[in-house]
Design a protein around this ligand. Sequence first.
Ligand SMILES: O=C(O)CCC(=O)C(=O)O
Ligand SMILES: [Fe+2]
Length: 286
Amino acid sequence: MMSEVDAAWREWLATNVSRGCTQESMIDAMVQGGFEIDAAREIVRRAASETGAVASVIASPEDETRAYHYDACPVAAGNTVHAYDRDVTVRIRFERPQVIAFDDVLSGEECAELIERARHRLKRSTTVNPDNGSEDVIQLRTSEGFWFQRCEDAFIERLDHRISALMNWPLEHGEGLQILHYRQGGEYRPHFDYFPPGQNGSVLHTARGGQRVATLIVYLSDVEGGGETVFPDAGLAVMARQGGAIYFRYMNGRRQLDPLTLHGGAPVTSGDKWIMTKWMRERPYV
Ligand SMILES: O=C(O)CCC(=O)C(=O)O
Ligand SMILES: [Fe+2]
């Protein structure tokens, strides 16, 4: 457990406070980064009062525009999107944060094939260590995962093309598809998919392709109980339904990051949960 706030964490705190992040979201991120919850609460409270005092002295009209600016929705208006080789149904559009839920991104057969291919190749999921960028197994993320190489064969290539068309973002900017399996009791506590600016570990991850800009999570199975994707600061929960997906965007054209995209996978109370995730980067991921 960490209790010391080094220079990188200090900068991260100051940036997030001035950007208007909620204290709860910062506390969550610090706990994910290895801090004890009470220490994180106290550190965030102190940072908010210090930075808040400075900010109020230097406040200018510009500060009001520092809140995350929402660019136009990445998915064109309409009830269906033609994505490469498939018509995908739009279910829900949410503006703040920018979240879109879809049905029929994958067929039942495609979901089953992905699960079969991944089943024997799963490894316990890791999380990025904020200090040194290494991938650690921690309790906050109890699932098993497997990565496909981008376009590794004809089947995966077709899905990579479809997902890139759906996300309206170049295929070359995408990480390889990741499969995750949660058993009963498995969960992924609230976190950001972007690499927190100002953390040493983030440097390693953004060296290739830059920052993450958006996520697509495809549900490969229905879940008997629990397992919804939750956005605690937005008061939003999306149920896992086989073939459906959720798209959320957190970096805009000004390179601001949207703290409202704090999200997690709620505990699976009954049955299994399988998902497939695509993360898009700001630049080609090569
Ligand atoms: O399991 C979920 O619904 C969320 C997964 C997630 O947030 C992630 O893999 O980054
Ligand atoms: Fe995530």
